[in-house]
Design a protein around this ligand. Sequence first.
Ligand SMILES: *[C@@H]1O[C@H](CO)[C@@H](O)[C@H](O)[C@H]1NC(C)=O
Ligand SMILES: *[C@@H]1O[C@H](CO)[C@@H](O)[C@H](O)[C@H]1NC(C)=O
Ligand SMILES: *[C@@H]1O[C@H](CO)[C@@H](O)[C@H](O)[C@H]1NC(C)=O
Ligand SMILES: *[C@@H]1O[C@H](CO)[C@@H](O)[C@H](O)[C@H]1NC(C)=O
Ligand SMILES: *[C@@H]1O[C@H](CO)[C@@H](O)[C@H](O)[C@H]1NC(C)=O
Ligand SMILES: *[C@@H]1O[C@H](CO)[C@@H](O)[C@H](O)[C@H]1NC(C)=O
Ligand SMILES: *[C@@H]1O[C@H](CO)[C@@H](O)[C@H](O)[C@H]1NC(C)=O
Ligand SMILES: *[C@@H]1O[C@H](CO)[C@@H](O)[C@H](O)[C@H]1NC(C)=O
Length: 774
Amino acid sequence: MVSVFFVLVTILLSINHSEQLQSSHTQTLLRIQQQLNFPSALSNWNNSTDFCNTDSNSSLTVVCYEDTITQLHIIGEGKTPPLPKNFSIDSFVTTLVKLPSLKVLTLVSLGIWGPLPGKIARLSSLEIVNMSSNHLYGSIPVELSSLLNLQTLILDDNMFSGQVPTVSALTVLSLKNNLFNGSLPNSVSNLENLRIISLSHNKLYGVVPDLSHLRNLQVLELDDNAFGPQFPKLGNKLVTIVLRNNMFRSGIPADVSSYYQLERFDISSNTFVGPFQPALLSLPSIAYLNISRNKLTGMLFGNLSCNSELEVVDLSSNLLTGSLPKCLVSNSIDRTVLYARNCLETTKQNQQPPPSCHTEALAVGILPDRKKKKQVSKVVLALGIVGGTLGGVALVLLILFIVRRGNARSKMKNPPTRLISENAASGYTSKLLSDARYISQTKKFGALGLPTYRSFSLEEIEAATNNFDTASLMGEDSYGEMYRGQLKNGSIVVIRCIKMKKRYSTQNFMHHMELISKLRHRHLVSALGHCFKCSLEDSSVSKIFLVFEYVPNGTLRSWTSDGHTGRSLNWTQRIGAAIGVAKGIQFLHTGIVPGVYSNNIKIEDILLDHNLVAKISSYNLPLLSNIGKVRRGNSSDGSKHSSINKRGKHEDKCDIYDFGVILLEIILGRTIKTTNDAEAFKDLLQTSLGADEDARRSIVDPAIRKACLEQSLKTMTEICVRCMIKEPAERPSIEDVLWNLQFAAQVQDAWRGDSQSSEGSPGSPLGPQRTAFH
Ligand SMILES: *[C@@H]1O[C@H](CO)[C@@H](O)[C@H](O)[C@H]1NC(C)=O
Ligand SMILES: *[C@@H]1O[C@H](CO)[C@@H](O)[C@H](O)[C@H]1NC(C)=O
Ligand SMILES: *[C@@H]1O[C@H](CO)[C@@H](O)[C@H](O)[C@H]1NC(C)=O
Ligand SMILES: *[C@@H]1O[C@H](CO)[C@@H](O)[C@H](O)[C@H]1NC(C)=O
Ligand SMILES: *[C@@H]1O[C@H](CO)[C@@H](O)[C@H](O)[C@H]1NC(C)=O
Ligand SMILES: *[C@@H]1O[C@H](CO)[C@@H](O)[C@H](O)[C@H]1NC(C)=O
Ligand SMILES: *[C@@H]1O[C@H](CO)[C@@H](O)[C@H](O)[C@H]1NC(C)=O
Ligand SMILES: *[C@@H]1O[C@H](CO)[C@@H](O)[C@H](O)[C@H]1NC(C)=O
């Protein structure tokens, strides 16, 4: 594009030349010829040459206006070695500035070497400069910013370093293949004429400034740098986006699928996470799409549509599932389609072996395709029978330091009861819910070491709790008591008792039990089964017992300095615990359909098992509490749907905030009791980000103050502060959170060594060990 523009300018302007040159200009040109060591492009120049009236060709053009030179293009051949030692860029530029009317200057492949002198800015009319493929080095002189007419600055293929220059009128800035370093200055956001910015292959890093106000921006090429982690903020007029080979770690923002002019989209070789939007394939202008070598997830369908102009699609090395869109399988030879190393249902192009696919997909979270999700949730809703969304029955599971022991005994004197012979198995094979995703999830979590979810008999429950002995009572809340129990096979469990205030039949609960049975994850305190206790008279359910795994090692808070237990997690273990909690949240949001949001998670609800694996013990457990709701829910599908959608807007971000508060406690080692405390400590932490390292360290939990690495602490602090941003929409996604945590973990030394114990592979022998724990 640039070069087309360039050639055009060259051709247009070279038509008009019939002037007689000032003799001083003749001398200047001959001096240039000599200083450039007589390049072949200038071989015909001598002191009788009529410079303004010679034919121009691809290596030499001189354009005059009246009796001055306005354009000079000299282009050498290929990779030219540096000019000899006696070349002086300083005197060369001194010669150049004797052509004060120059508007366009092209000096390409001439072996020019040295630092660019600031006095080049004396050419105050310069509009277009192309000095590519020379041996220029050092930083760009600040004087350049005084060039108010400079629109195009092209310095590709040199060795410039330092900061990227920003000159206010720029429309084209191309600095490919240099050594520019540091971060991109925020002033780039103000270059409102910018149309093309190409910084490929430099040593730039950090966040890309907000470019969304650059309404003319069409080409953004940032490949081969270390930019990241967020996807740049852009307007929707982009034609080319190349972010290849950087350090982007976020998701692709949804609005990219509205970039109607986008022709080339290359985000390959980063660690982008989250869903790939198949809508990108059908953008009206897209011709080149390369997302290879990322960690993008999502499901493709055979019936997706593609833009007919698509020439290259490279989806390889991601975690995509589903089947390859048929429109890509077309037999056109002009189209390259690569999709190797994904988790697609095809035998072609070497897909991942399923196990690695599953664990990896699990590690970054499977975000279902939206259409798919909607469909399933409709089904779930229809089935919602029974359902009604149980809204806020949060189940407080395990409180380890509980005290309230009460009148458990008296409660046993119930009306006559009997066990409903309930066929658990058939209850859970509802055809509607045997959606593939569900099934694969269940299978996956079978590997967690948990026994299969099942229904328990009342006798089993009674035996496990020693007939609801007060000695096994762990606590009580408005729903009922909680007991510690031991099953026949020796495993310790927690039994949660929920008393019914109204009459329901077991049928009313089947759907909920089914959902509960799916809520199994390494980082959730998971249900092992349930038991209905029914009234003899009318078979209505009088109590539900939910049996959960027992997590022995106390709350996460008890492992920080303010826990007053004398034990403390080291920094690596704290990051590991935070990652666990984040994965648990991610599973609640995306692992089942519909997601479980607004879980109101507190640090007291995070329990650690014997391997210090963090598990969320209290989540927004779907459980029916009001038969009226059920009836209403059954009658009108539409209303239910809309209420779900309304609720869905930012509800995931409540959990992000709560997670931020947990991080705050992990970092500071302080108990946070109120929202005010949380905000005050967040402000403290935020302030510390601007302070020096010592100040930053002085506020963290003394137990970890020495051992945490600066970069790791900083990353954790930043993500914590971002999670707690007031405006829910601005809080990071759970994927973003996870990647930051994982980054902090990687930075922190010794992570690998520790990961064995705190983040073992799925299928680690949790089950047997759990039973051995007393
Ligand atoms: C700079 O000039 C050279 C020689 O004309 C040309 O090949 C190159 O494309 C130009 N650079 C840009 C970015 O237009
Ligand atoms: C540099 O030295 C060469 C001879 O080695 C000479 O021909 C040339 O004119 C000198 N150039 C300058 C700019 O002095
Ligand atoms: C362009 O013209 C110059 C003389 O004006 C000549 O020396 C040079 O070889 C020509 N280059 C090409 C590529 O024709
Ligand atoms: C100058 O160059 C032209 C051709 O490029 C040649 O015809 C002419 O003889 C040269 N004049 C001198 C004085 O060298
Ligand atoms: C330029 O031409 C004049 C004669 O017209 C000659 O005396 C002089 O030496 C030439 N200068 C150069 C640099 O070739
Ligand atoms: C950029 O590179 C230069 C020279 O290598 C170095 O002196 C400078 O500190 C670097 N700047 C940044 C911000 O990394
Ligand atoms: C896509 O990007 C990768 C990595 O940057 C590159 O190796 C691959 O050749 C590209 N694919 C195509 C078809 O251009
Ligand atoms: C594409 O297929 C999926 C499942 O195969 C289906 O749910 C969806 O409705 C289909 N979409 C269209 C536009 O046909």
